[in-house]
Each structure stands twice: as C-alpha cells, then as structure tokens.
Write a protein that binds this ligand. Sequence first.
Ligand code: ZN
Length: 235
Amino acid sequence: MIQTELIWYLQCNDLEKRKVERSIEDKTCYKKLSDIKKRFEAIKEELTKEAERLDDIDKRILKLNMELKHLDDKLKNSNERLYNEGYDLKSVDKMQKEIENYKDKISIIEDETLGIMDESESLKKSIRCKRSELINIKNEYDKLKAEYIEEKEKNTMALKDLNKKREEVIKHIDKPLLDKYNALYQRYSDPVSKVDNGICTGCSVKISASLLDVFKRDNCLCYCDYCGRILYKGE
Ligand SMILES: [Zn+2]
C-alpha cells in the first residue's frame, strides 16, 4: 500500500473513531432518563397525596356513619317515647322539637357523606389512572435504559476495534508523514484531502498546474498549496 493510501485509511479510521467517541460522550441519554425519573417522581408524589386524602375521607365516612347510627337510635328512641308514653302537651312539644333537631342533624350528616363519597369516587378513579401511568413510565424507563446500555457496549467494542486498526496502520506510515498528519490534525479534522477535477476538496481551491503535474506522478506526496492538507488521488 502506498503512503497516501495508508494516510487516507488512517483518516477514515480517525473520523469513524471520533464519531464513536462523540456517541460515547453524548449525555442526551442520561438527560432523557433523568426527565423520565422526574416525571415518575412527580406523579408518585401526587398519588401519595391523593391516597392520604382518600384515607382521611374513609375515616371521616366511618365517623359520620357512627354519628348517623347514634342519631338514628336517639330519633327512634324519642319517637317511641312520644307515641308510647303519656306526656303532657309541654313535654310533647319539647320532644317534637328534639325529634326535629335530630332529623336536621341527620340531614346535615347525610349531605356531607354524599359530598365526600363523590370526592372519594373521583379520587379512586384518579389513583387507578396514576398507578397505571406509573407502570407505563417505569416500562418506558427500563426499555430506554436497556437500549442505552446496548448502544454503549456496541460503541465500546467499536472503539476498541478502531484503536486496534489505528495502531496497526500507523506502523506502516513513514514517521515524517505521520508527524505532518498529526500536526495538521490540530487545525483540521480532515488533514487528508481528495483531489476532484484539480480542486482540493478540503478547501475547494484549485490546485496550481505545476503542483498538479507533480501530484499526478505515482507515489508522489503533495500538499495543497492553499490549505496545506495532504493530497490524495482517491479511487
Ligand atoms: Zn486545500
């Protein structure tokens, strides 16, 4: 293999290597995973609050039911006394007022119970939705994480392979040319440039006729007189 072909091969290898390195360094995946995690935590927090509220409602309903039962018993008792015992008019009036009072209290408790039972139903529905959403988010997270791990392993293997190929090719490149390549690499990501119709594809400047004459001779190592890149004939 002639030197220019080796140096071209080295550049192709280095370009590929940089691409793989950029993929490895890319932190987009972590950002995406972190965003999913934040979304999960936010829903979990809402779910906890809703579950606590539901628990409070259940306790309140229990308490209201007990109060209701207590008032029902009292009402029943007053009614029995009103009809079975012989009271004078004053007492009857007092007991009737007492009965009305119990009925009013019962009505207030029933209204409150109905109101919070509606809230309880909508909370239960919301909790079910959030639980299912959390499962979906977790699945999304796991899937993405597995994909990233696979991608990372693939890139690590590819990088190892490219490094091996690089070590192999530089063994065959003359030191002055390799030094020149490394020096140009400080300025250009592509120190080797193909010549297309007498034009350096690195800088798009036409190569002088005298240089082109030299360049056309086989095995001749030339540099673009404008950008300084190593010129390569191409296939
Ligand atoms: Zn050039």
